[in-house]
Design a protein around this ligand. Structure first.
Ligand code: MN
Length: 178
């Protein structure tokens, strides 16, 4: 059984950059739905890592939805007291461009892959290749209530709530992990 992970902050903690209602719906409805679907579909009780390799597209969509959102909540923080990570800041423009140009629903990522940091974007709930360092949800459900169709404003505002401590941790793990 999969369960919804608790947010490491309150629903209103990321205001004014992400509004309380968006966070509440995003977490308790969107993320919860991926988890509910996964629990219904996963008759064999496989773990998330195994499900992410499934050949069943429904399982892939919901496993990806659970994995991506669980990562996303951790990469944001209301505290902005940690030094930004230079290697990641250097990729900010490229990352912003990837987030902006992702057509339809999907994600922008910075991943560590084959010893390098790379900017990639994925459609829908696909997970990226490599070890994720940073991720931004650009599905409309992540910004529409506050920003309507202004994705660029959402992306720009979101940089204010990046959890740099977590980014640094992800980067350190990626360097040693694969
Ligand atoms: Mn989402």
């Amino acid at each position: 059984m999969f369960t919804l992970p608790e947010l490491p902050y309150a629903y209103n903690a990321l205001e004014p950059f992400i509004d309380e209602e968006t966070m509440r719906i995003h977490h308790t409805k969107h993320h919860q739905t991926y988890i509910d679907n996964l629990n219904k579909l996963n008759a064999e009780n496989l773990n998330l890592e195994e499900l992410l390799k499934s050949s069943d597209q429904k399982i892939l969509n919901n496993a990806g939805g659970h994995y991506n959102h669980s990562f996303f909540w951790q990469i944001m923080s209301p505290k902005n007291d940690h030094e930004p990570v230079k290697e990641v800041v250097d990729l900010k423009d490229e990352f912003t461009q990837a987030a902006l140009s992702r057509f339809g629903s999907g994600w922008a990522w910075i991943v560590a892959h084959e010893g390098k940091l790379k900017v990639v974007s994925t459609p829908n709930q696909d997970v990226p290749i490599g070890s994720p360092v940073l991720a931004l949800d650009v599905w409309e459900h992540s910004y529409y209530l506050k920003y309507n169709n202004r994705r660029a404003e959402y992306i720009d505002a979101w940089w204010n709530i990046v959890n740099w401590q977590q980014v640094e941790h992800n980067l350190a793990n990626a360097n040693t992990g694969d």
